[in-house]
Design a protein around this ligand. Sequence first.
Ligand code: F6R
Length: 589
Amino acid sequence: MCGIVGYIGTKNSKEVLINCLKKLEYRGYDSAGIALKNERETQIIKSIGKIINLEDKLNSNNLITANIGIAHTRWSTHGKANETNAHPHCVGKVTLVHNGIIENATTIRNELIDSGITFSSETDTEVVAALLNKYYDGDAISTINKTITRLTGSYALGILFEDDNNLYAIRKDSPLVIGIGEKEYFIASDITAIINYTNNYILLDDDEIVTLSNDNIEISKAGTIINKEILTTDLKSEEDNKGEYDHYMLKEIMEEPILLENLFQKYITNFSLLPDLSDYEEIHIVACGSALYAGMIGKVLLEEKANIKVICETASEYRYKKTVYDRKTLVILISQSGETADTIASMRKVNKQNIDTLAIVNVKTSTMARESKFKLFIEAGVEIAVATTKAYLLQVATLSLLSYKAIINKSPVTNSTLIKEIKILPELLKEILTKREIYQKIAQVIYNNEHAFFIGRKMDYALSLEGSLKLKEISYIHSEAYQAGELKHGTISLINDNIPVIAIISDSTIKEKTLSNIEEIKSRGAKIILISNEEITDYDLTITIPKVNEILQPLLIAPCLQLIAYEVAKLRECDIDKPRNLAKSVTVE
Ligand code: F6R
């Protein structure tokens, strides 16, 4: 999604802004732009495509000397990806960058057109710039306050006024941090953009306006000055740090064993950090995309192993659904970024009804980490590849740990064997990851196809969903996941010669059932690729993984699926770390 950065200080703002913008590339974008400002003028340069295009344009222009500026990567919502629609937008004395969606932009646009204002872009952002310009009376704060009373929707704004040498910012339902340096300040959509310059930051809350000059910061809300705590992050820059790997995705998959070890260490040695789910009669798990599929594994584990009733639902539906909380309920919200608009909205809906919320998140500075009642951090570090791998795995691992606590609360006897398996699991995973040839061999079978299927039952179905998502998002092969028993109710008509079907069998109690489903598909010509924790050699290609306790088993299967998707995308020469149309942090509905 769109990324914002802003700078005011003593350095060359172009250099700083481009460096910071590059750190936001992972969020996904289709165009970029920058506004440089000094006491006399403001210069705007934009380009479509990658930041390198913007840099080329900057290098071929006569740039003003500037120590103030704002910059933006745009993931289009209103209007095509072209230079006119790219940010910054300038109307009269106002130049601004925006992340979010202004829902009443059309109404305001029509009203401004009626009053004689013309627009050059199709964006909701230009509407905000025009409104600010209309209200601007020389007092930036009152102008911003007046403008936001007219806006519905979400926004993080970085604003410059032509006759004023401050940088202003405000947010509502869109993330924004303020970086505090030595005689310099930053604004950014997320902290990773600025950690090369400072580790100190302030988190803005909704409708707080920050005024930055190069030696002062002032934050106000509705005209009242407020003091905010300066926080420090221990995040480290991941810049140019793919190490020996061709892609961040591969690097992040290879980090999984050590991250798992650290996560287990953190929670097993301090068990009280994990909430006791047996306090609840019902659990709802709410998330989007891969986080939702991690939640579906959690549902199987908690229901089957800990006998807790669990409902798992996509956040974009849950937020609008009528939900009756007639039993003691905990709502678990899962999100890597902690900024996914639908998941935040679901959390706020639940918070309003005084129902307990638990956020399983990665980004510690995120809105969800701040606003949920309880939180568990998955400790994945920065995830750069747009398609999640290590964060998804650690979400699953956190749910495994929650199930583990629920199980041993009921039957302490299982504790010692499970603990042993937890200890050796990272080592088992390391071994699985080293067998690169098998994933490359499987990729050879898949990469020339335009369709693929994943099948499994129960937990293996939840894993299939993630395997299928990973394949389609990075390799652009159309892929579907099916419950193994469901395929024959229609979709089997799509099975023809050599179509790859990846089947997962890890639950021995239903192994024979899935094997029958595989036979139905095989007899219609499909190429079967089997992932199982039992030695079954009747198929074209097989990955056999070690058998471990069910609550740990998905942690050995998911990485195989990630590596299959990776190798296929590599053979298809796709832009693996930044797949087309995707955004890392989905901050709009
Ligand atoms: C897929 C992927 C997405 C995210 C989803 C939720 O690889 O990364 O499906 O899982 O957009 O994002 P978070 O976890 O940040 O809420």
